[in-house]
Design a protein around this ligand. Structure first.
Ligand code: HAM
Length: 425
């Protein structure tokens, strides 16, 4: 029986890898410009990290974690997101004694056991950014600016940035009580999931797909209406920054994010698509997380971008056109098996000189070797017959122009290394 990849995973094939490499290099360049440095943390962590970090009332922890016991009977979880791991590492290595704010970025696979659909995978990739140690609302603004500039650097169109303030441990409990007071008289109309949310986390009712629940929650109080002065002023300052740098945004009072650690600023971005998998990135401030995970009382803010959704949107918006950078390839053909040693020697020599060279390894006849050279997009072909073996003079054929010229070995290398670009024209 054929073995296929596990449900909800996907392969990034060699012919599409340039898309991922393009995105990753653009994003890396940009975040480094903003002085973020890369952190690489394990893709599995002790389960407690996510219980405490992401929060046990969230769908991620409640339903979506890949958790298992290892052979030492430890509970291990494949990371569903990157923030908790970076914060754990920041604390574990006392990075807070170094430069503050600590500014980190990461990218790699994340794992969530949810129902797969277009744009939603069980193994997916995020590119994320975390800034730890500053409570300055202008940092929120700068982080938002960076995120939007990342999307712009990729050429994405129809970008929509939505922001909200989800309050803090001072004002959120007050809001929660007001919300519960309001919901009490509607409790029987709520769906069973929202009835359980009512006790644990009534704010999450905003995420419910049921029309009845939506109708009820929309008429209730919004967290933004119950912010304390500190959160209110913080939110005003964030918006002030966005206006200063002329970044467009919408305040979406309904937005609650799917992770428990957020305080104050929360945000999401979409690019043209509507619906539940439309978010290409999201994030927010998490001022209590460092302390919650055993570190000092330090603020944090960050975001993560979903790379599968970026690739999908860039495909739809046709943004990969012209992004494939091919290198000059030289194919060395042999007229018969007698010349194979010379092709081996020459290919090896060219590679030592940083030239992308290759030869046939399928025992093809000469004609089939030329066909192969075409298929792999060789820019040049050198054919080795007994004459070339004895004279050590090689004829280089430019496959685009069909122009041919003969060189001794050293000239051949110089030409191919681009010291004389004349031939390439
Ligand atoms: P998140 O909103 O859960 O936030 O995920 C961020 C992005 O990852 C989403 O906007 C989406 O593009 C992508 N994503 C999430 N789940 C899936 C999935 N199953 N399949 C494909 N793409 C997905 C976080 O993960 C936070 N850690 C972000 C953050 C960093 N907040 C502060 N710092």
């Amino acid at each position: 029986m054929k073995i296929t990849g596990p449900k909800g995973t996907h392969d990034i094939l060699y012919k599409n890898i340039y898309k991922w490499q393009f995105i990753e290099s653009q994003l890396k360049n940009l975040v480094e410009l903003y002085d973020y440095q890369e952190m690489r943390t394990p893709i599995f962590e002790n389960t407690d990290l996510f219980l405490r970090g992401v929060g046990d009332t969230t769908d991620i922890v409640d339903k979506e974690m890949y958790t298992f016991k290892d052979k030492g009977d430890r509970s291990i979880t494949l990371r569903p997101e990157g923030t908790a791991g970076v914060v754990r590492s920041f604390i574990e290595h006392s990075c807070y004694n170094e430069v503050l704010p600590g500014k980190f970025y990461y990218y790699g696979p994340m794992f969530r056991y949810s129902r797969p659909q277009a744009g939603r995978y069980r193994q997916f990739h995020q590119f994320g950014v975390e800034a730890l140690g500053s409570a300055d609302p202008f940092l929120d603004g700068e982080v938002l600016e960076l995120m939007m500039n990342m999307f712009k650097a990729l050429g994405l169109k129809q970008l929509k940035l939505e922001i909200n303030s989800v309050g803090c441990p001072v004002c959120r409990p007050i809001h929660k009580e007001k919300l519960k007071d309001y919901l009490k008289s509607h409790y029987d109309q709520l769906c069973p999931t929202c009835q359980s949310r009512y006790e644990k986390n009534p704010l999450r009712i905003f995420d419910c797909k049921s029309l009845t629940c939506q109708e009820i929650i929309q008429k209730g109080p919004y967290v933004t209406d119950n912010l304390c002065d500190d959160c209110e002023n913080h939110f005003i300052k964030v918006k002030e920054y966005l206006d200063m740098v002329e970044l467009e945004y919408e305040v979406n009072k309904k937005m609650v994010r799917g992770l428990d650690y957020y305080t104050k600023t929360a945000f999401e971005v979409s690019a043209g698509r509507e619906g539940s998998q439309s978010s290409i990135g999201g994030g927010g401030r998490y001022d209590g997380l460092v302390e919650e995970l055993g570190g000092p009382e330090l603020s944090g803010i960050g975001f993560a971008i979903g790379l599968e959704r970026i690739v999908m949107t860039m495909d739809e918006q046709m943004l990969f056109e012209g992004k494939f950078e091919s290198v000059n390839k030289v194919f060395i053909a042999s007229v018969s098996s007698n010349e194979i040693p010379e092709t081996v020697r020459l290919v090896s020599l060219l590679r030592k000189n940083d030239i992308h060279a290759l030869r046939d390894t399928m025992n093809r006849k000469l004609k089939a070797q030329f066909k192969y050279a075409n298929k792999i997009g060789a820019d040049y072909v050198i054919t080795i017959g007994d004459e070339e073996v004895s004279s050590k003079i090689y004829t280089l054929k430019n496959m685009k122009t069909s122009k041919e010229e003969s060189y001794v070995e050293s000239d051949l290398i110089n030409i191919l290394k681009g010291e004389n670009n004349e031939f390439k024209k």
